[in-house]
Design a protein around this ligand. Structure first.
Ligand SMILES: Cc1cc2nc3c(=O)[nH]c(=O)nc-3n(C[C@H](O)[C@H](O)[C@H](O)COP(=O)(O)OP(=O)(O)OC[C@H]3O[C@@H](n4cnc5c(N)ncnc54)[C@H](O)[C@@H]3O)c2cc1C
Length: 468
């Protein structure tokens, strides 16, 4: 679509000339995210305040121009790719931490704050913001809220949504409203903070958030357990949790992941094991944490681990986390491309999910590496392939469909943390059902009747016959 030069001028008057990007080079930078998808926006407009976001949306609403909110563009569901064009609105200039309130243990932030910057800032006050997506250095709080991002620590501490106490949102027509705040208990009216969490830019643009903080745990111990059989690793996870111990993290890597990391990093990982678990225990009492990690090590051995080691010091702990963090980059040694999925299954189904994924891998002749957050059943099957080969790319599409079907059949879901975006839309109904989609469309219709906010993302466009 072409945007009327008069509208471009009005946008320049709102944010300043240099914050309306029109050159092909600039637009290209906002045409993609962390996936393979891309589409050029017509315009990029960079606001500095909630008022500017409101003015942009008033204009876009009046002229029915699509508006796509964007954080750092690290999304893995093509949620911020502007299919169909329109105005991309990056929130990255709105990157101020407005307040760290020690007494109420909250932070009030603008949506464009980079997640790691918030974590570092609150830790200086002895506080802790636990959500820890692996993209922590290159994703924003607004993007994390919009996708309800998770990470390894979510087993014990919960996902982003568990820390959102309030949001300021600009609606499609430019109206600004705030919901929630610093009160711990608040049941006055509908819980809009929860509605906007995970809404992937389709209901409004989040410009500020009030986030819950907790005290930073003072002691940490990390262990690694190697298993000859993946089923035993899964049994160990359930046994640990059954005792009432909730480790901070319980990360699983399958044999292909182990081999890839070892080839890349030479960390001394065992190459003949079906799975390893990296388990971390944290807390405020040093003896308690030591006791907990010892109990975890014992349970792993009792469940069939052939080797369990507890890191002796920070260097040992760092080595284990380097192994976990290097899973994704190390896969690049195996194939030019990878497509990482994000299914979530009931914990008891992890071995069956991995068995079926390996069977799919064999049938299509493409390697699939499985790693993820075993404590909460969130698995990341990564398909390795060469995108230049059309036959392989076509196989990848079919594999993705089969992985999603597997997740749903096992009582799981399409996404544990990345969201639906565009890429999972064709499979959405098979997971949530028709009525759920109709309810979501009714909410969308109420908040964005002209459908200008991130159209075609997270839920299918309304069909003329759709009703509620
Ligand atoms: C290497 C890598 C590792 C990753 N690891 C994890 C992980 O461990 N856990 C995890 O959950 N995700 C992970 N991700 C995915 C991604 O980082 C998250 O989804 C993240 O929350 C996206 O944040 P962003 O600021 O980059 O948002 P973007 O990618 O820019 O946008 C994502 C979606 O949010 C919407 N949006 C963005 N900002 C706003 C706003 N202010 N208001 C309304 N809507 C908005 C966009 O329209 C889009 O739909 C990873 C990605 C990469 C590339």
């Amino acid at each position: 679509m072409t945007i009327d030069p008069q509208i471009v001028k009005s946008l320049q008057a709102i944010v300043g000339r240099k914050h309306v990007l029109t050159s092909q080079e600039d637009l290209l930078c906002y045409s993609f995210d962390g996936t393979f998808a891309e589409f050029m926006p017509d315009l990029v407009v960079e606001p500095r305040s909630t008022e500017e976001v409101s003015a942009i949306l008033q204009l876009a609403y009046a002229h029915e121009i699509p508006v796509i909110a964007r954080g750092m563009g690290s999304g893995l569901a093509a949620g911020t790719v502007p299919f169909g064009g329109g105005i991309v609105v990056p929130l990255t200039r709105m990157n101020q931490i407005l307040e760290i309130d020690r007494e109420n243990m909250t932070a009030t932030v603008e949506a464009g704050v980079i997640t790691v910057d918030l974590q570092n800032a609150v830790e200086e006050h002895g506080l802790f913001y636990p959500p820890d997506p692996a993209s922590i250095k290159h994703s924003t709080i607004g993007g994390n809220i919009a996708c309800n991002a998770g990470g390894p620590r979510c087993l014990k501490y919960g996902v982003t949504g568990n820390y959102v106490m309030g949001v300021t949102v600009v609606l499609a027509d430019g109206r600004v409203f705030s919901s929630g705040g610093k009160t711990i208990k608040n049941v006055t009216g509908y819980s809009f903070s929860e509605l906007f969490t995970g809404s992937e830019g389709t209901l409004g643009i989040i410009t500020e958030a009030v986030l819950r903080l907790i005290s930073k745990p003072r002691f940490v111990r990390t262990a690694v357990a190697a298993f000859d059989r993946l089923g035993d690793a899964s049994r160990a996870v359930n046994s640990i949790l059954f005792t009432g111990i909730v480790p901070a993290t319980l990360e699983l890597m399958d044999e292909t992941a182990i081999v890839c990391i070892e080839e890349a990093m030479h960390l001394g990982l065992p190459l003949d094991k079906e799975a390893i678990l990296i388990i971390e225990s944290d807390g405020f009492d040093e003896e308690g944490v030591k006791h907990e990690i010892k109990a975890i090590a014992r349970i792993c051995r009792d469940s069939g681990a052939s080797d369990v080691q507890v890191a002796r010091d920070e260097a040992g702990r760092d080595k284990l986390w380097r192994a976990r963090r290097s899973v994704s980059p190390s896969l690049a040694r195996r194939a030019p491309n990878k497509l990482g999925e994000d299914i979530s299954v009931p914990r008891s189904q992890i071995p069956e999910a991995v068995r079926r994924i390996k069977e799919i891998s064999q049938r299509y002749g493409l390697p699939i590496v499985v790693f993820g957050h075993a404590g909460d059943g969130n698995l990341h099957p990564n398909i390795l392939f060469d995108k230049r080969d059309p036959e392989q790319w076509e196989k990848v599409q079919r594999i993705v469909g089969e992985i999603f079907a597997t997740a749903v059949e096992l009582g799981g879901t399409l996404s544990g943390e990345h969201g639906v975006g565009t890429l999972k839309l064709p499979y959405l109904e098979s997971d949530v059902g028709r009525v759920s989609i109709e309810i979501q469309q009714a909410i969308k219709q109420a908040l964005d009747p002209k459908g200008i906010l991130n159209p075609g993302k997270a839920l299918p466009l309304m069909e003329p016959s759709a009703h509620f």
